[in-house]
Design a protein around this ligand. Sequence first.
Ligand SMILES: N[C@@H](CCC(=O)N[C@@H](CS)C(=O)NCC(=O)O)C(=O)O
Length: 161
Amino acid sequence: MSKNANGKILALELEDGRFMTESNAVVNFLATGTVLLPEDPLQYAKVQQWQFFEQYSQEPFIAAARFIAKFLGLSEERRADYESKEEGGHNALRVMEQQLQQTPYLTGTRLSTADIGLYADIHVAVEGGFDLTGYWAVEVWLERIRSEPRYVAMQWSTYFA
Ligand SMILES: N[C@@H](CCC(=O)N[C@@H](CS)C(=O)NCC(=O)O)C(=O)O
């Protein structure tokens, strides 16, 4: 709680000892001045558009279902909550699929922090019960990100020994 008043993961500790929270704010802060965060106001707003989508339309369903299944445990009393995530999760996948059938990345032709934020949960969506078969453009997008020259896979064992 001293690092994140909201009591949640994640928190970024700055060199001067201050902390930043909220994943999309953190990733935008780290990407400032790089090609991952466009300066053009409309392109910047498009990045934010997908980041708000990530928080409101993806996270409560896909990430939350995975959190229940993988970390809390899918007990009988949690099953109804888990199952209630399915419709919203598929709705989010449909919205992404529609966009990614038109453009290689969510905001157009370039990788941005919006793709990074959504990739984090979508590439492990299957662990929350979301089969991506049928969302072919989403699967191609996942592979496109994995093929980025500076892509580094998450080392789960480092975080969850
Ligand atoms: N809006 C926050 C969400 C943070 C969040 O919900 N983190 C999850 C893990 S990914 C968590 O700490 N869950 C534990 C809990 O809610 O008690 C962000 O994007 O950083």
